[in-house]
Design a protein around this ligand. Structure first.
Ligand SMILES: Nc1ncnc2c1ncn2[C@@H]1O[C@H](COP(=O)(O)OP(=O)(O)O)[C@@H](O)[C@H]1O
Ligand SMILES: [Mg+2]
Length: 379
């Protein structure tokens, strides 16, 4: 195995959204150069990178030239086409690695992998044709959720079915290769963001609690208010999944906590996750620094949490009455503003987030929610 990719080297990033931006910021702090590759210019990551490639993922000659100019490559967007990742892999190491990407890119492969490994999930069935939908619904029972197998995020490509009568509408909305899964009547949603190094080392940021609004993450509170044995189990499952996928980098496992304390794995994100953004202020090493260290083959950093933290997303809707009142949040001493540099505030677009740290998780959550309200209070 070759040695670590040290400061001064160039890290390549496939994808150019906010996850790449926050990775690039920490990479530059640590003395690395960053090249990002994605279609589209003036992107969140491109704005802070040394070089921004604006080319399609299937432009093989640009992909090959990009790969020759960097020392290691990671992804900030799991839906980069497999052929692109393969092309890059022939020139330079790509982490988290093919198995993790291939598995997490497709919900059917992901759920099949989880089921085969004995990890607990909600009951599910493959539905690749309209005619299979009623049978699958009979087998797993209503209510259920139909989810597109590929390219879903932030609740896109999902439809709820309460009865067989909803089948047409759900198929219309989702269509194609899909899975039908039982709708879980969960008590809480939690996630574990963690990292695995080239040498198999593992470090986690504990279990955090996530509240969603319209299927999009809204607020994360760290740590989650769950019994220690639930957190231990969630972390253990996460570690085991990372090992089974031979994953190198930062990734996240999302869970439903069902009544009675039973954990079900919802999905795997093979990259930093929105529910780990609080680690920038709230942990000794952020999920992005951990990603950088892992993909570069450096030792992982400490994940100790100094104080409880909470994160609230800033979604495009907040701009509907004009520019939010940034001064109002900057006047709160323990609230930090993150904006991703996106030019246009569309309704469900993630534009930025706020983080608050406090003496208790409850105080951090209250503070971050209040801060977000202040943004539009004068509108
Ligand atoms: N089977 C389910 N039962 C209950 N709620 C669900 C289920 N699947 C998804 N959801 C809700 O929708 C959110 C987004 O779904 P998810 O499968 O995580 O897709 P993505 O995050 O890729 O859009 C979940 O965090 C959860 O709040
Ligand atoms: Mg999710």
């Amino acid at each position: 195995m070759s040695g670590p990719v040290l400061p001064g080297a160039t890290v390549g990033v496939l994808g150019s959204g906010q996850l790449g931006r926050m990775l690039a910021l920490v990479a530059r702090r640590m003395g690395y150069r960053v090249h990002v590759y994605a279609p589209g210019s003036d992107s969140p990551a491109g704005q802070v990178a040394d070089r921004e490639w604006n080319a399609d993922y299937d432009d093989r000659s640009s992909v090959a030239t990009f790969a020759r100019g960097v020392d290691v490559v990671t992804l900030e967007f799991e839906n980069v086409p497999a052929a692109t990742v393969e092309e890059v892999s022939s020139a330079v190491p790509v982490r988290p690695g093919q198995k993790a990407l291939r598995t997490a890119q497709n919900r059917l492969r992901e759920k099949t992998f989880l089921h085969a490994g004995g990890y607990p999930t909600a009951p599910f069935r493959e539905v690749s044709e309209r005619s299979a939908l009623e049978g699958a619904l009979r087998e797993i029972g209503a209510p259920a959720v139909l989810k597109t197998a590929g390219f879903g995020y932030d609740g896109k490509g999902q439809a709820r079915l309460d009865a067989a009568e909803d089948a047409d509408e759900a198929w219309e909305a989702v269509g194609g290769e899909a899975i039908l899964e039982s709708r879980v009547d969960f008590e809480r949603e939690i996630s574990v963001v963690a990292a695995r190094g080239v040498d198999g080392s593992f470090a986690h940021h504990g279990a955090v609690e996530n509240a969603h609004d319209r299927h999009i993450l809204d607020v994360t509170v760290a740590p989650a208010d769950v019994p220690p044995e639930v957190e231990r189990e969630a972390v253990g499952i996460t570690r085991s999944i990372f090992e089974a996928l031979d994953l190198v980098g930062t990734a996240c496992v999302e869970f439903f906590l069902a009544p009675g304390g039973k954990l079900l794995v919802n999905e795997i994100a093979p990259r930093p996750h929105n529910s780990g953004h609080w680690t920038i202020e709230g942990a000794v090493t952020s999920q992005f620094e951990q990603q950088l260290r892992a993909v570069c083959g450096l030792p992982l950093g400490g994940t100790g949490q100094a104080r409880p933290a909470a994160m609230a997303n800033l979604i495009g809707d907040l701009w509907s009455g004009g520019e939010p009142d940034w001064e109002a949040v900057c006047s709160l001493p323990e609230v930090k503003l993150h904006l991703y540099g996106k030019a246009e505030a569309r309704p469900v677009r993630k534009m930025g987030h706020l983080t608050a740290v406090a003496d208790t998780a409850e105080a951090a959550e209250n503070m971050v929610r209040e801060a977000r309200e202040r943004l539009t209070a004068s509108a």
